[in-house]
Design a protein around this ligand. Structure first.
Ligand code: M6R
Length: 369
């Protein structure tokens, strides 16, 4: 059942092109118009919402953070992301015009379930993004968008994460379509770009050996820092979480811009720093800013490992190792940039002899608060 792979996790990482394709399947009417028929919420209700709160825990919360960038950009609806267990205990402001989007692979995470119940009591409209058909959170929500990534067995979430991000893009585009924030042609273009991602993920997987080799050489590492900006920031945090969970290595993901506000003090000779670099074709000065962050840590002795877009030669001179991912738009890049980080954690944990499917102290679904 591991499909010939040594672990469920490795199988699930390799399932990702298919997982994303399954999430996208059947969501348009053939003319590029999103249908999302299963999302049984009255369109007039979705039109009237003035705020979105995304609730989730762990990796699913990082998917939520990626979603925020896309949803705010496409729909112009203020969007917050909050850990489910924090949300409930701070007397949050929620009403009938608040859309609460919960994200849960299992659909059974108690913290998220309780947060959704609370939001519902306060009158919010609740939509669940979930991978497990018929589980509790979707049953208790007003509507559900299933990710259809297939069962995820390994404790560390991989394919569900990419599928969740994909589902949030669909939700964001659907809202933009409904509310007229984007032209139909723009939506069509983004969907066409999304449709190309499974093949691009497959290309990242083909280059796994390069990442694995580096991971094996770093089995003795005590701490690894991850940096990213914009959507690269949650990707950095996800990379750090995978390394903690699987390899029991201290790892931290930072917003690259935050470096000089404290974390740069951690950098000493030989400290590995993994940097998620945005596309140089993107707007603003995101790319230049991240490149200068790489220079800053390198000047202080960091060993820099970089995930960058194919063709971006500017990073080479600042990095010990560069892993290239195919070109895509800035907002969709997490679907590609996450993959080398998953492989890195998997291989490093394997090199240390750990059970990657069942890391110590963890459960696949956390059904207690
Ligand atoms: O089933 P859920 O998506 O609600 O689970 C949330 C977290 O417990 C989960 O993502 C956890 O962080 C994973 N072990 C991450 O790999």
């Amino acid at each position: 059942e591991k499909g010939g792979y040594p672990s469920f996790m490795e199988k699930e990482i390799n399932d990702q092109p298919d997982a994303v394709a399954q999430t996208l399947l059947g969501r348009t009417n053939g003319e590029g118009v999103l249908t999302l028929d299963e999302l049984r919420v009255d369109p007039s209700v979705l039109k009237s919402i003035n705020r979105i709160i995304v609730l989730a825990c762990g990796t699913s919360a990082y998917a939520g953070q990626v979603a925020r960038y896309a949803i705010e950009h496409w729909c112009r609806i203020p969007t917050e992301v909050e850990l489910s267990h924090e949300f409930r205990y701070r007397d949050p402001i929620v009403d009938e015009r608040t859309l609460v989007v919960s994200i849960s692979q299992s659909g059974e995470t108690m913290d998220t379930l309780m947060a959704v119940r609370y939001a519902k009591e306060q009158g919010a409209v609740t939509v669940s993004i979930c991978n497990t058909n018929g589980s509790t959170i979707p049953r208790e929500s007003d509507a559900v968008l299933y990710t259809h990534a297939g069962p995820e067995i390994a404790v560390a979430s991989t394919k569900a994460f990419l599928a969740q991000i994909t589902a949030t893009y669909l939700l964001g585009l659907y809202l933009a379509q409904l509310r007229g924030n984007l032209f139909q042609g723009q939506i069509k273009d983004i969907l066409a770009e999304l449709a190309k991602t499974p093949a691009k993920i497959a290309r990242v997987l083909e280059n796994a050996e390069q990442v694995k080799e580096l991971a094996r050489s770093m089995a003795e590492t005590r701490t690894v820092l991850f940096l990213g900006r914009h959507v690269g920031y949650p990707v950095a945090m996800e990379g750090a979480l995978k390394l903690k969970e699987l390899a029991y290595i201290h790892a931290e993901g930072f917003a690259a811009g935050e470096l000089k506000h404290g974390p740069i003090a951690l950098i000493e000779e030989g400290q590995p720093v993994i940097v998620v670099v945005p596309s140089p074709r993107g707007r603003d000065s995101l790319h230049a800013k991240v490149v200068s962050n790489i220079q800053e840590v390198r000047a202080r002795g960091a060993k820099t490992i970089v995930i960058a877009e194919e063709g971006d030669e500017s990073v080479r001179e600042h990095a010990e190792h560069v892993f290239y991912i195919p070109e895509t738009s800035t907002l969709l890049a997490p679907l590609l940039a996450t993959v080398p980080l998953q492989i890195f954690a998997l291989e490093l944990a394997t090199a240390k002899g750990y059970d990657v499917d069942q890391p110590r102290n963890l459960a696949k679904s956390v059904t207690v608060e």
